[in-house]
Design a binder for this molecule. Structure first.
Ligand SMILES: Cc1cc2nc3c(=O)[nH]c(=O)nc-3n(C[C@H](O)[C@H](O)[C@H](O)COP(=O)(O)OP(=O)(O)OC[C@H]3O[C@@H](n4cnc5c(N)ncnc54)[C@H](O)[C@@H]3O)c2cc1C
Length: 453
């Protein structure tokens, strides 16, 4: 018997490379019911163990089968504040879906697509999670409005705390608004999730740079506790010759201009200075988002990755979408030098082929240069997508301890300073939305515990 998952409908590749509209349409009711009916409702559900926030997955899928979408939303909301976002961008194939028993012999249940269906229903029907407690008179400041800050805020507001988020950018959402492109995560969805937090009393103050406009000590005077969810937004570069040329960008800058500043619109005030041929260096989600965004702006945009296709760290589905969109991938090649003309404009790169070596402790193959293969490629734009590190301006003049890797040191969610908590990418280094959410939620639980009478 054919027991394949219900395939989601997508915009055709030919069409979508000319717009920034969402690639996937999401299930309709009929598709969601059909997919939900594939779930075996395991007594000991492995999928729940695979979910970092432990959503009661079989329970919400059972509610879908019964067409009780409101209850399905309530079940998900017990564990997750941002289901419309997680349903779209979580790496389910490495988490809940990778544990699904159906995946052993066939195709796992599309848990992410079902979560997205329920979240869409909730947004369309104005459902929001309820506050269970009276206000407890405690004030909490949250620094950063990415998934870590938002999930911490939601959890605390529901428990009766007065919560204020401080965000340096002019829009809340962190990477969800400035990094992940519109065609994967529409900004209106992020805004609706943020609006539902505002409905339960969360205040958001944008354009406030903690560490500059206000310090941690200022916040400590005014608030009972602080949560730092400042992310890892500082891009890394290779340190090679020519990297300071015109038309060498970080992927973060390109994506911020496109997503947050609307550079893809004709009337954009801060457009991206596009090239004709761009190489995006890297193979993670950030590289794939940058290459697909530039392709949509009419650039001949290509990926250059120093390992092979098997090691690509980006989500499999995003890589498949990029390949369908006709984006060339050059594997086992790495830049050695960026070539420039007399005006310091990029004209190409000197690159070298790479060989894979032994696998390291992290399971990834080491790489070695084959210097005899040195050759040049032509391009007039280079975008570095090599990972990011935390920017710790928020900690200026504070005694908060950092680890050897320059991440905020925590014990549970507690930093080295009393009543100051931290979580998300600022603590782990660049990771995922759901892990940041989990960290925010866990820190909120510790804060709730601290103020328990
Ligand atoms: C392009 C891109 C694509 C990605 N794709 C995926 C994906 O498909 N799936 C997935 O799970 N993960 C993905 N990730 C990773 C994921 O988005 C991050 O792991 C997650 O957003 C981290 O959440 P956070 O809340 O810790 O930090 P962030 O989302 O970075 O939010 C931190 C916020 O703090 C603010 N801030 C920083 N310093 C200060 C200060 N001093 N004062 C005030 N505000 C401050 C920042 O402006 C920002 O808004 C992607 C990341 C990028 C960059």
């Amino acid at each position: 018997m054919n027991d394949s998952k219900v395939k989601g409908r997508v915009q055709s590749a030919n069409e979508r490379v000319h717009n920034f509209d969402e690639v996937e349409f999401g299930y309709n009711e009929e598709e969601a019911l059909k997919e939900a009916n594939r779930c075996l409702q395991c007594k000991n559900p492995r999928c729940v163990q695979g979910c970092p926030v432990h959503i009661a997955i079989p329970e919400f899928i059972k509610c879908i089968k019964e067409k009780n979408f409101k209850k399905a939303y309530e079940v998900i909301s017990d564990s997750s504040s941002l289901p419309a976002i997680c349903g779209r961008v979580c790496p389910q194939e490495k988490q809940c879906e990778s544990m699904c028993i159906k995946g052993l012999k066939g195709e796992a249940i599309s848990i992410g697509a079902l979560e997205r269906y329920v979240a869409t229903y909730a947004l369309e029907n104005n459902l929001s999670s309820t506050i269970s407690k009276e206000k407890n008179g405690k004030n909490i400041a949250i620094v950063g409005s990415g998934p870590a800050g938002l999930s911490c805020a939601g959890e605390l507001a529901r428990a009766g705390f007065d919560v204020t988020i401080y965000e340096v950018l002019h829009k809340p959402g962190g990477v969800l608004v400035y990094g992940i492109p519109e065609f994967r995560l529409p900004k209106s969805i992020v805004q609706k999730e943020i609006d539902s937090l505002k409905k339960i009393g969360v205040k958001i103050l944008c354009d406030v740079f903690i560490g500059n406009s206000l310090t941690i000590d200022d916040l400590r005077e005014k608030y009972d506790a602080i949560f730092l969810g400042t992310g890892a937004g500082l891009p890394r570069f290779m340190g090679i010759e020519g990297e300071n040329a015109n038309q060498v960008f970080s992927a973060n800058e390109v994506l911020t201009r496109i997503n947050l500043m609307g550079a893809y619109k004709n009337d954009a005030k801060t457009p991206v200075k596009k090239g004709k041929v761009a190489y995006i260096i890297g193979g993670g989600n950030v590289a794939i988002d940058a290459v697909r965004s530039l392709k949509r702006l009419g650039v001949d945009a290509r990926i250059m990755y120093r390992r092979s296709i098997e090691e690509l760290p980006a989500r499999k589905m995003e890589v498949e979408h990029a390949m369908e969109e006709g984006i060339p991938f050059e594997f086992l090649v790495n830049p050695k030098k960026i070539l420039v003309d007399e005006d310091n404009n990029v004209v190409g790169m000197e690159v070298v082929n790479m060989k894979l070596g032994e696998k390291g402790e992290d399971g990834r193959a080491s790489v070695e240069e084959d210097l005899s293969s040195l050759h040049t490629v032509s391009c007039d734009m280079v975008v570095m997508a090599l990972g990011t590190s935390p920017n710790h301006t928020a900690l200026k003049n504070s005694d908060i301890k950092l680890t050897d890797r320059s991440l905020i040191e925590v014990d549970g969610g507690k930093t080295s300073i009393d009543s100051v908590y931290a979580g998300g990418d600022a603590v782990t280094g660049a990771a995922t939305v759901i892990l940041a959410m989990e960290a925010g939620k866990n820190a909120a639980k510790e804060i709730i515990e601290q103020f328990k009478n």
